[in-house]
Design a protein. Structure first.
Length: 323
């Protein structure tokens, strides 16, 4: 294999740069030319890419975002768009492709693999941690730490003012960030899309858990069936006249920042593994981490469904808040 292309696509996530660095340096170690494509599939359609050098990826491991840029590309969903992308890959003599992203990125890779005979390897890059076939996606750990840091700060002011805070976190339609951030920040309740939200129970929970406490944190996953944090706060408000309620939407701060050690290490391992897999002639595989092991599953399987957070943690949170 002489030339491997690499792109990052969909929502960026901290650690993507560590993954890019590993792919590029590992390619160079093997005498393979690494070829970076800018702004995900959009850059592939527009013909925007270049051969990457050692210096291009030096000292980037510590930065959030992605030096290659990212995009959510509507054009790639069309046959014409993909035809342009394929002709670009052919003109640049690309012999293998590594994509870093979430389920949209993998869906693009799957369709591309059906229309062009090119080996493709996927690396899971999304803060949502919702891909099937891996317990861990690049960026999830950093996003969790960002959320925890923010919630600790919210807790300070909530405690000073004796308030109940509804904190909305990202995750699209998955509750991983909310659930694990709730455990790590000592939130009193967590509302996730994987479990139906019972407003009456929430009201009762707030009343009971607030006894003797100066603050309450309700972690709300953005995709929760009960609504967003503002909506849920307004649903419980009429039943809690004695409480001072506030909401806070953490938003895109969760996607930025210097990647954690976990994200840097795992992205580096996965990047090197992706190059090895292509060298071994493997194709159409998504890399994952299960336990401490690097694993693979077919890209088609990785997008069949979502990974599920461990719902028994909901009981853990409930038990821990009980006086
Ligand atoms: O998939 C990552 C993610 O940050 C989700 O958690 C969120 O719902 C979405 O992307 C936001 O997308 P955008 O940055 O395009 O608004």
């Amino acid at each position: 294999m002489k030339r491997i292309a690499l792109l990052t696509s969909g929502g960026d996530s901290p650690g993507m740069n560590a993954g890019i660095r590993a792919v590029v340096k590992y390619c160079l170690y093997y005498g393979i030319e690494p070829f970076g494509i800018y702004d995900g599939y959009q850059g592939m359609i527009d013909g925007r890419g270049k051969i990457l050098t050692y210096d291009d990826v030096n000292n980037i491991i510590q930065f959030g975002g992605t030096i290659l840029g990212s995009a959510r590309c509507a054009d790639f969903k069309t046959k014409e768009g993909r035809a342009k992308a394929i002709s670009y890959l052919r003109s640049e003599e690309i012999e293998g492709l590594i994509v870093i992203g979430g389920d949209g990125t993998y869906t693009g890779a799957k369709i591309l693999g059906e229309e062009m005979n090119i080996p493709i390897i996927g690396m899971p890059g999304t803060i949502d941690n919702d891909l099937f076939g891996t317990e861990y996606t690049i960026g999830f750990d950093t996003a969790l730490n960002t959320v925890i840091d923010a919630v600790d700060k919210i807790r300070d002011t909530a405690t000073s003012h004796h308030r109940v805070f509804f904190v909305e976190v990202m995750g699209r339609d998955a509750g991983f960030i909310a659930l694990y951030a709730a455990i790590a920040s000592g939130a009193e309740s967590v509302l996730i899309p994987e479990e139906i939200t019972d407003i009456e129970k929430l009201v009762n929970d707030i009343k009971t858990q607030n006894k003797g406490k100066r603050s309450t944190i309700i972690m709300v996953a953005e995709g929760d069936d009960g609504g967003d944090a503002f909506e849920i706060m307004n649903k419980v408000k009429p039943y809690l006249p004695e409480f001072d309620l506030r909401h806070s939407v953490l938003g895109h701060i969760q996607r930025g920042g210097s990647p954690s050690a976990v994200d840097r290490i795992n992205a580096t391992m996965m990047g090197a593994y992706a190059v090895d897999l292509l060298k071994e002639g493997k194709s159409h595989l998504a890399i994952g981490i299960i336990g401490k092991d690097l694993v693979t599953c077919p890209i088609v399987d990785a997008i069949k469904g979502h990974g599920q957070p461990n719902l028994s943690h909901l009981q853990l949170i409930e038990k821990l808040r009980t006086r």
